[in-house]
Design a protein around this ligand. Sequence first.
Ligand SMILES: *[C@@H]1O[C@H](CO)[C@@H](O)[C@H](O)[C@H]1NC(C)=O
Ligand SMILES: *[C@@H]1O[C@H](CO)[C@@H](O)[C@H](O)[C@H]1NC(C)=O
Ligand SMILES: *[C@@H]1O[C@H](CO)[C@@H](O)[C@H](O)[C@H]1NC(C)=O
Ligand SMILES: *[C@@H]1O[C@H](CO)[C@@H](O)[C@H](O)[C@H]1NC(C)=O
Ligand SMILES: *[C@@H]1O[C@H](CO)[C@@H](O)[C@H](O)[C@H]1NC(C)=O
Length: 811
Amino acid sequence: MKSFTHLFVFYSFLFSLLRISITQDTITPTQSLRDGGTLVSAGQSFQLGFFRPGNSNSRYLGIWYMISSEIVAWVANRDAPLSDHSGVLKVTGDGILVLLNSTNGVVWSSNTSRTVENPVAQLLDTGNLVVKDRNDDNPENFLWQSFDYPCDTLLPEMKLGWNLVTGLERFLSSWRSTDDPSQGAFSIRLDPRGLPQVVTMEGDSIKNRAGSWNGLRFTGYPQFRPNLVFDYEFVLNEKEVYYRFKLLNTSVFSRYLENPSGVGQRFTWRDRTHTWELFSTSQADQCESYGLCGAYATCNMNRSPVCSCLEGFLPKSPKYWDSIDWSDGCVRTTPLECNDGDGFLKHTGVKLPDTSSCWYNKSMSLKECEGMCLKNCNCTAYASLDVRGGGSGCVLWFGSLIDTREYSEGGQDLYLRMAISELEHLEKKRCSDKQKLVAIIVSSALLFVGMTIVALASYIWKKKLKTQGTTQISHGKEDMELPMFDLAAIANATDNFSNNKKLGEGGFGPVYKGKLADGRDIAVKRLSKNSKQGLNELKNEVILIAKLQHRNLVKLLGCCIQENENMLIYEYMPNKSLDFFIFDQAKSKLLDWHKRINIIRGIAKGLLYLHEDSRLRIIHRDLKASNILLDNNMNPKISDFGLAKSFGGDQIDSKTNRIIGSYGYMSPEYAVHGQYSIKSDVFSFGVVVLEILSGKKNKEFCHPDHHVNLLGHAWNLWIEDKPMELIDELVGNSCTLSSVLRHIHVGLLCVQQRPEDRPNMSSVVQMLTSEILLPKPKQPGFFTDSPTADFSGKHGTCSANEISNTVFEAR
Ligand SMILES: *[C@@H]1O[C@H](CO)[C@@H](O)[C@H](O)[C@H]1NC(C)=O
Ligand SMILES: *[C@@H]1O[C@H](CO)[C@@H](O)[C@H](O)[C@H]1NC(C)=O
Ligand SMILES: *[C@@H]1O[C@H](CO)[C@@H](O)[C@H](O)[C@H]1NC(C)=O
Ligand SMILES: *[C@@H]1O[C@H](CO)[C@@H](O)[C@H](O)[C@H]1NC(C)=O
Ligand SMILES: *[C@@H]1O[C@H](CO)[C@@H](O)[C@H](O)[C@H]1NC(C)=O
């Protein structure tokens, strides 16, 4: 019933409108518009007339939407209300709009500096009320237009900003309240000083700052994206600086409102429900508060407290700072040296600081920009003016940096001037901070693992009681038949285990080079005496390896168990291990693309043999570049796999707290949860592949521009569609694009986070040797750092796996 009445009222209202102003959008000097009458724009979008806002008793002349008359987009006499229905709008012969009251007093008027022959006032379909010559529709020649004097609403086509020639500023200002359209406390302006930026003011002070335009969006609106409703532009030249938006489909309305509480809101009209939908609203988080953290500090909503000093800066007043009064900001720990003594620290993902005293140039490159900044001792930072297409132009800051914040996405790069000595200091600190952080994570992981050991140890102890008295080992029922070497002969062959003959130190003891009396070269692995389960391990390895025969596995020649000495004798590999080659500038030149492919395939086949083809199904558990030995022809041979199996479900040597496996190669599920499967070997294999392709160690990977390890770097390049940048430049031109892409692709598939996503080794071999279609890789495991890494940490985190050397004794 009620809605029916509404409908009736609506229609009678509509008909009355049609009667009064069916086609009229214009008044001439001989006509006038009285309270009750209206003008309607030609396309029926907007209406001009008198209205009474909310609960107010005053009358105002305004422009509202035809579709929803309660939305008033513009008010003429906002600061001079009429007290009754006697208002009349006229246009004078001089082209001036006047609003008269009952005593013909001028309540409000427009103005103009020119006159024309036949002035008329016309309401355009954009919602713009203009005074112009009757026959001249050129906007350039309008005598006056309401779009030059916005109220609280930014309509499509309306400019927010400055005409720099005439000094006209167009800005939004809120209503005082929903009942009172007079100018309220809040305004949105384009501050033309320095590099122009959009600010929200409360009275005379800046409340928050959308910031400067970076080619795509305002630096303070990282979530701002192209959309289907409206298009937008930012124009900056000698004559004008403004922002405006345009509708993509003129039948879909959109408007931006600065509401009486100072919140910016964009609404779009939903035709189906005949309602305005809130499309977006200005952020109101704590970090939006202008200059909250003071100078040289940065705000981050993901941190608590939200403010922190920029790297290399300290709170100016620590006492206030600690009681969360950040307004004093931060000061440098090391003063600038000027000129040659300074460099720049790159901060990524930031909202650029206040640009009101910046200098800019649209055509300079970032390099020129840096040089320009370095030349002037007062310059404190620089950035690209336009971030599109890799960045162009230059912005320079002089003096303090105010109102910087960090975003998890959508921020931009800022280069901050620092003394070189400070930069070097920070570089070291960043890496060691990272180590500490990982140490904490790892030590809590250790605690967990430690508890598991206790449980396991007691289990094993019980089991041992049952089997005590025999030397039998789990899978060793059959007797081993393997050449036994004489200790004296081995001592002789290795110059009595001289240090000169030492090839390296494995996890279970040193490895020596030897020459037997018959001329054969051998490698002798001497088990450390302090290794508790040495004998069992030895026997296991001996039995296992003796049974495993593959061209990509190192061959065991025999063993020596005598006088407390436990040793394994292997064939000697003259070319040492893979890591000697790929991580060495000079030697890696010897590995052209063809050789690298051959090595990758060899490792894959060796591993496939261990996993699937051998009788025993071996999981290696410690595959890494230094465990891949190379023969005379650079064929890879996997070594050091025997020890793993004997550990069974117990990955820990309880005496040394040593995890079998090496950081940088361990899969996340193993390193964190101790879960091991053939897929963990696949992960390690993927790491080795990426290391071979890039010539970089995953463990020590450190990139100046970001905080990920080699896996993350490879992944980033992959999703940024420039995977070729991963390839070691020393590979030269010997590779073909498709082959390179396939190998990177396979590498990434192997290091995927979830074990079930990783292919098994038989698929890997197939992928490497045929042209079968590869699935899309997902994000790798262990590639970023902890989310607690701070702003600065984004650069310094060389690798989450860095810690291995300090916490664990990697083999
Ligand atoms: C009409 O406006 C004039 C000028 O603003 C003012 O002096 C006068 O008091 C107003 N008359 C009424 C009835 O409000
Ligand atoms: C028109 O009026 C506004 C304020 O009412 C004033 O700031 C502006 O200078 C005037 N313009 C001209 C051309 O008189
Ligand atoms: C504009 O929107 C209307 C209504 O939503 C739709 O019917 C029309 O096809 C659209 N026009 C264009 C050019 O997209
Ligand atoms: C901006 O930089 C370009 C290239 O360095 C230079 O040619 C031009 O004069 C500069 N413009 C200004 C206003 O400094
Ligand atoms: C640096 O700033 C100081 C103080 O504002 C000023 O006196 C000096 O001229 C400036 N130097 C340069 C190279 O702009």
